[in-house]
Design a protein around this ligand. Sequence first.
Ligand code: APR
Length: 192
Amino acid sequence: MITIVQSDITMLEVDAIVNAANQVMLGGGGVDGAIHRAAGKELFNACLKVPEVRPGVRCPTGEARITPGFRLPAKFVIHTVGPVFRDGQHGEPEKLANCYRNSLALAAENGCKSVAFPCISTGVYGYPIEDAAKIAIQETRNFLKSHRCIDVVFCCFSGYDKRVYDELLRKSESTYERKVDVTCSMEANIPT
Ligand code: APR
């Protein structure tokens, strides 16, 4: 199921929240700063332990890494690095799609049933929200075809961003989510 909320992502009680990090993975501004502040110093220390793939790079653009959530309500933080938007002709859409794909795969591998995403790359990295939201929804939909019972939350910080997601979902959705909902509640009722 896909849900759209307007919230500070650090408040969400989900299995994993996704962080719009940078390649060094040691914190920054925006949502990254908010997550590090709320999770506490332990998150910084856990990030330090993530091995560098080359000097100064713990997580290349489009990839994802997981740490505990420490003082956050979320059990895990999935750190992913979105592309810096130039003009859309430098592989930005594919890199952004990879962020969603890899973050969702990592969430599933770690048994997460609910994952919340911020609007990756749409702040300091300059990705236009309308284009980024389309990619977020498309990649999530693809993923949910094979992982029907994971709840994905798009956590928008601004009312404008939420309206963009609402509108895109309204246009593209309808029976898809309802079918998934019914199937999940049926599965939940099957005795094991
Ligand atoms: N909760 C949810 N969303 C938030 C929060 C929050 N507490 N704070 C900011 N946001 C939103 C922004 O409004 C924006 O829509 O997160 C989205 C992504 O913005 P940025 O945090 O600037 O992320 P991004 O554009 O991917 O740039 C990443 O910024 O701080 C650095 O270390 C980070 O270098 C990296 C770069």
